[in-house]
Every structure is written in structure tokens, then in C-alpha cells.
Design a protein around this ligand. Sequence first.
Ligand SMILES: [Fe+2]
Ligand SMILES: [Fe+2]
Length: 373
Amino acid sequence: MIPEIPRRHFLGASAAAAFSGFLSENVFAQEESPRSDRSSSSQTRCVFGPRRLFPDLKITFSQTGNNVRFFIPGLRVPSKILHLSDTHIFLDDERGKPFERFSARMAAAYHRPTHCRTGKTTNPMAAFEESLDFAKREKVDAVTLTGDILSFPSEAGVDWLLEKLKTLDEAGIPWFFISGNHDWHYEGWPGTDEEKRAEWAPKRLGKLYPENANFLNYSAVVKGIRHLFVDDSIYEILPEQLRFLKAELAHGEPTVLWMHIPPYAPGRNVGFGCGHPEWGKDTDKNWQIERREPWRAGGHTDVTFEFYETLLKAPNLMGTFCGHVHVNALDIVNGKPFTTTEANAAAGWRVVEFLPQETYRRPAGPSPISFLP
Ligand SMILES: [Fe+2]
Ligand SMILES: [Fe+2]
């Protein structure tokens, strides 16, 4: 049995746990590597801002099925990430008995999903194991888990996940978890979603986060790409998360954002709920089924909208990767790809590759366009 992790264990840590161990010195052709000076204070001072490092980041984006690729000028070292979301593990044992009246509905869900590639019946545990086998076979550089990996905060479920994820550790593949709206949710438990997340994420999910990471947000640099993990599983963004986003973007590297709930895209329903202008109490259809308080009357806070607008405008934010809606979808918003990945309960996944982009050269004569700044 894995002991419960007291909240202070990682809440006291830095909001931005950067895994600079993955940052290669020579991943970019530019002489000026992104770096920061943390020696003089706890504040991160940006040495090279995004406009200096990448004055005009002209990436190419492509999608084939559930594989997406970013071609990045100046990048020297490629990297490949496997994105998993919405496995909805429902395992439980005697430790969950006192909570059964809060877990019963979700404990009965997703038992026999249809495998998205074979069309045969599968189950979340088999789908997850298949995904990890794929990650090891493909020798990916990291696996990202963007929430609803559990259907409720089951200790047995977390133990099972840790046992399986240990095989990634043994293979030298780092993995990064951020929670979804089900990972911490006991239906009918009193309190607001923010309060319930603050209670159950540390208590039950603590071992799923990297050591010293803040469960609300943390970052990892993998082969020159900055990966931001932000918990928007209550649909709203907290002021400290907005500050985190701005500080992280100021580092200047090409950056991507991993969250559970996808950001708003025109034409999408309120499931694409982070920054959705119609999100709010009037459009919340599931609060009674999920036995939680309805969404905020009057819609999102200004902080949530500012977070959304900040990521839209950031020159070095290349795209977002989310789950929650259980479909493989792509929206290009303001020139940025916003993707959602099919539920991993049905063995869905997405491969995300970051690749060097060659300079475009015509065989003869000057080129009418240039991919390089
Ligand atoms: Fe889900
Ligand atoms: Fe969800």
C-alpha cells in the first residue's frame, strides 16, 4: 500500500519544476540558448525573451491520423512524445469501500469500450498497457498523461498505474501527469470543485506528479521544447496559474501546453471549456449527474479569459494538447493547432513529434518565401 502524500509535500515546492536534465546544449542552431538567471532571487529573470530568440517562429505543422509533427527552424535534435488521456481506470479494493457512495457511478463506467483501431471490445487497463508497450517500442522521449486517467481517486487505481508506469522508468522514459475532472472527483462529496481538487489531488494522486512538482502547474524541457502542464480540470484558471504561464512563456523556447480540458475553439461546444464564452451555470448540463456544484454563474473569471488570450497571442506557444472530450480533433486557432486526443480507455493516443525544419531553397534563383527568420 502506498501511503497518502501530505499536500505540503509538493505544494511547498517550486511552481515550475523544470527538468533541465533533458535540455541538450546543442538542440538549437542558434548560438543563444534559452537560459535564465535564478541566482539573485526566487523570481525567474528572462535573459532571452521570445522575440529575441525566435523573432518570427515560422513552424510547419502537419497531421496524419493521430500523429502530429512540428517542424521547427533551428531545432537540431528531434523528439517524440506519446500523449495519453482519459483512460478512466475504475479499479478499486477494500480501501475504497467507505467511498463507494461517491464512486459507484464512475466505477461502473468504461468497462467495455470498443478499441479504436481493432473494433473489438477492450478495457481501460488493457488499453493502457498496450499504450505503454507502444511507447517503449517506439522509444519515445516522454509520455504525457493529461487527466481522467482514473475515473475517481481510487488508491487501488493509483497503485496499479504506478506499477505499470514503473516499466517506463525502467526503460528510461519520463512521464508527466496532470489531472482531469474525474481523477480527484468523488461525486457528491461536499465542497466546490476547487476545494475538492485541493483535497484529493494531493491526498490520492501525489505520486503521479514529478517529485517537487506543484499539482496546479509545472514544466519540463525535453530536448529543447518547453512543455507546460497546467491543471484546468475545474474549467477555470487560478491567478497563480496565469502567472506561471506568463513566466514560462518568457523563457522563450518553442513551447507546448498540456491540459485536460481543451481551450475554446470557435464552433466547439462547452466541453472545449477553457475560455469558452458560453461556459457557465446556464450551459452546465451535467452538474446533477456528476453531483457537484454547477459551473460559475456569469461564466469564466477574467483570469481564465486572460489565460486563454495569453496563450493565443504568445509567439512561442506552438499548440495545445488536451483530452476530456474523448475525440481526435484539431482546430487551428489564431494559427495555433489545438488538439484533443481520443480516449485512452479505447486505446486512443497521439504521437507528437518535434523535428528540425530545413531551409526552403529553390533549385535556382532566389526563393519567394523563407521558413527561416
Ligand atoms: Fe474523460
Ligand atoms: Fe474529463
